[in-house]
Design a protein around this ligand. Structure first.
Ligand code: NAD
Length: 332
């Protein structure tokens, strides 16, 4: 007899910047094991766990996990094919681009249609994208899926921190999220950068999606590698509104992304201003350590929420939840 509990088998959809970081985050964990991952051209599934080095080396040298021997499969419909083999996978982190803005909801629909039951978490960013998932609430419930949305850094870690900080106040006046992201090279996070460009004045998400890599480079050349974002359409607002913290008009999100330097251009923080029951106006500020990367602040929470979601699913809770309604668990 041993006390060793089998790790929970989980998968990651999308194996770009965040998907690969997610695999790194899970590698030393005992409670969760990465058994499947998919990219645009294929997937790999191994019930005994994917080999981290092999997965990353194959993806980076050949462009798809489908080339991994013997667990890889090349496919133009990798998500659908992998779902078909996922009966034993407890949950997935959807580290996929939301391009077009309806993509994540379409993936949720694929899971609903498949008959698979389990837990899904995403790191989706836009308010309008979360609203599409809200429309799927009853379908997710009927399908036996627990879907926790907005589980990255913002929305995610910072939104949850705001929900916690709000407890000191009788009334919330403002939630202000300011992020600083530093990445050495934009190509490591293509979807993140394209989606951020979609928030710049004069750009739409459709325009950002249609930009070639050369177009993105030309734009970044003009801005010295910096993207400065203000008043973004970020789902922290709808998530805090749904949690009953404050109206969405009181939530603002902006920040600076430096695509040429892994050092953060500013410290990421969330400032929650409110009035206490005694009538005092005050602010709590939660600031992330400058040494923590975007990947660390997205993938850690994503798996923490996945673990919490799996426990709720085991208890029979199905449907759509947000990062402000559930406390993430810590994955050991
Ligand atoms: P990326 O461009 O580096 O990688 C995307 C991956 O998805 C690639 O492996 C690609 O092959 C795969 N993919 C694309 N279309 C697919 C399809 N149809 N089927 C299967 N796989 C497909 O992306 P990234 O920079 O890691 O970003 C992923 C998402 O995370 C983006 O939507 C981004 O906005 C979001 N994000 C959220 C936060 C947050 O704090 N909430 C922070 C950063 C990024």
């Amino acid at each position: 007899m041993t006390n060793q509990v089998n790790p929970i088998p989980v998968g990651v959809l999308g194996f770009g910047g965040l998907g690969q970081a997610a695999a790194h985050v899970l590698a030393p964990k005992q409670q969760m094991q990465l058994v499947a991952a998919a990219d645009k051209k294929g997937y790999a599934y191994s019930p005994d766990g994917l080999d981290l080095k092999d997965a990353i080396a194959t993806y980076q040298s050949q462009g798809s996990l489908g080339y991994i021997e013997p667990s890889g499969v090349l496919s133009e419909q990798s998500i659908e094919d992998l779902i078909g083999r996922s009966q034993n996978i407890a949950g997935f982190f959807l580290a996929l681009p939301n391009l077009p803005n309806t993509f994540m909801a379409s993936v949720a629909k694929q899971f609903i249609a498949s008959g698979w039951q389990g837990v899904l978490v995403d790191a989706i960013k836009r308010t309008s994208a979360v609203e599409q998932l809200l429309d799927l609430q009853s379908e997710l419930k009927e399908a036996g899926i627990t879907y926790v949305t907005g589980c990255g850094a913002t929305p995610g870690l910072l939104t949850a921190a705001a929900a916690l900080a709000a407890q000191s106040y009788a009334e919330i006046h403002q939630v202000k999220i300011t992020f600083g992201v530093g990445i050495g090279n934009w190509e490591a996070y293509r979807a993140t950068i394209r989606e951020d460009i979609g928030h710049l004045p004069g750009y739409t998400i459709a325009q950002a999606q249609s930009m070639t890599d050369a177009d993105v480079e030309t734009l970044l050349e003009q801005t010295n590698g910096l993207l400065t974002l203000e008043d973004m359409e970020h789902a922290d607002d709808v998530i805090l509104e749904m949690a009953g913290i404050c109206g969405r008009d009181r939530v603002t999100v902006g920040g600076v992304v430096d695509t040429r330097n892994p050092k953060k251009p500013l410290s990421t923080n969330v400032k929650i201003t409110g009035r206490t029951f005694e009538g005092k106006i005050s602010s709590h500020t939660f600031t992330l350590g400058d040494e923590t990367s975007m990947a660390a602040n997205v993938c850690g929470p994503a798996f923490g929420y996945l673990k919490a979601g799996i426990q709720l699913h085991q208890q029979g809770l199905r449907g759509l939840l947000t990062s402000a309604q559930v406390m993430p668990h810590f994955v050991r």
